[in-house]
Design a protein around this ligand. Structure first.
Ligand SMILES: [Zn+2]
Length: 425
């Protein structure tokens, strides 16, 4: 198996929530000698130096280029690390008729039916007492611990004609079916972390699909997993910047949480995080504010988020002229109303990269009678004034708990992004 695919499956399996995804990204950056910088500290940056900064779960990685920023601008790759999910309401645990269950809130827009009748894990983070204060610890129970069962067909005979799950009443996750102490979930978390139950002050927990990422298809050309949107593009950008050595341009990988809920949070793409970091790099390297604004004008951003692959069972959902196929290469995404930030200039730039990398390139435009999704590209483009191309790999069943992508597409996307960071094309 290609080394990028081995590492991709490992990232997917190690990232049940964006909290763990963030730790997995840091682990990989440190493996490639990126050093942690803190927003609250004074910075000294060396040319050729590799750094990363975290704002809660979002991460920005930097490699300082050898040339003057006024000549090169920043080369930025950006993606979101979160996926639609079911978030546990901490105080909702109840036992009725010996069945212990917990309620959830819907995070983002999942295909809800895909979460039913599956073995579910629980992961996230908890606040634990530490002397007079507390600390936050990531946690993953690392075994299937919950299920949201359907009603039997005999009790819901119309289900195959389409059924709307009520988010309050139908999505209770069952944790166990025998009487026990008052809060077995807190007990399991305490045991997992080796802390006293009374020392757990609070939690932020999500359900996740316990099934592992795996190759699929007679020719093993497909990858099936949860969270491919958007760990696919996260891994592509991360792998590409990790391979870069002594670049001329300053390379940035900006990996944001909270895209699925609109990006308007402290660490989301619609926060000050990326613009603060870009300005601080310029200031630390001795550029003036005017020069910083000129540097932005010279910069470029590739926004990576997955694209809708042509689905043979739903041909009526695609514009026949713009139907990207699985393993047919990276997709440039366009939208007349700029839900995608791609413009004529940025699309030419990405096409040239694909051509140089000898990778095929596809185009997606949604049918004119359907509503288009969006991503972080247009937010970053309007906030920073940087030209952006919105790209992604073809994917089936976006926002299902189990999505599908192509093996070759993933390898090709990394090849193109490596070229983007390393060379001045
Ligand atoms: Zn996405």
């Amino acid at each position: 198996m290609h080394k990028y695919i081995v590492d991709f499956l490992d990232l997917l399996n190690g990232s049940p929530t964006s909290i763990q995804a963030s730790s997995e990204i840091i682990k990989r950056l440190e493996r490639y000698d990126f050093k942690l910088l803190k927003e609250e500290d004074h910075w000294e940056l060396q040319n050729g130096g590799k750094y990363y900064i975290c704002r809660d779960t979002s991460i920005i990685a930097i490699i300082l280029g050898s040339r003057n920023l006024l000549d090169t601008g920043y080369k930025i790759g950006a993606a979101h690390i979160d996926s639609p999910s079911l978030k546990i309401k901490p105080e909702s645990l109840k036992t009725e008729n010996s069945i212990t269950s917990i309620s959830v809130e819907v995070y983002g827009s999942p295909i809800i039916s895909s979460w039913i009748d599956r073995s579910l894990g629980i992961a996230g983070r908890i606040a634990v007492k530490e002397e007079d204060n507390f600390r936050i610890l990531p946690v993953d129970l690392r075994r299937p611990v919950a299920v949201i069962p359907n009603a039997a067909l005999h009790l819901n005979r119309e289900i195959n004609k389409g059924f709307e799950y009520n988010k309050q009443t139908h999505l209770k996750a069952i944790l166990q079916s025998k009487e026990s102490d008052k809060n077995p979930l807190m007990g399991a978390l305490a045991t997992e972390l080796g802390v006293a139950r009374d020392d757990i002050f609070g939690s932020e927990l999500f359900l996740y699909d316990f099934e592992l990422a795996e190759l699929c298809g007679l020719d093993q050309s497909l990858i099936m997993s949860a969270r491919l949107d958007n760990l696919g593009m996260t891994h592509s950008i991360l792998s590409a910047i990790s391979e870069v050595e002594n670049p001329e341009s300053t390379c940035i990988a900006a990996l944001f949480d909270h895209e699925e809920i609109g990006s308007e949070t402290r660490q989301g793409a619609d926060s000050s995080f990326l613009e603060n970091i870009l300005e601080r790099i310029a200031i630390t390297k001795g550029y003036s504010r005017e020069e910083y604004l000129r540097i932005l004008n010279k910069s470029f951003l590739v926004s990576g988020d997955m694209a809708h692959s042509y689905h043979p069972s739903y041909p009526e959902k695609y514009d026949p002229s713009y139907s990207p196929v699985m393993n047919g290469g990276p997709v440039i995404k366009w939208h007349a109303n700029y839900n995608y930030a791609t413009n004529l200039e940025s699309s030419q730039m990405f096409k040239k990269l694909c051509k140089t990398a000898e990778v095929p390139c596809q185009t997606y435009i949604i049918r004119s009678d359907l509503l288009c999704g969006s991503t972080i590209g247009h937010i970053l483009s309007s906030r920073l004034g940087i030209p952006v191309v919105d790209v992604g790999n073809p994917l089936w069943a976006m926002h299902s708990v189990r999505e599908t992508v192509g093996v070759q597409d993933h390898i090709n996307m990394i090849k193109v992004l490596e070229l983007y960071y390393q060379k001045n094309i």
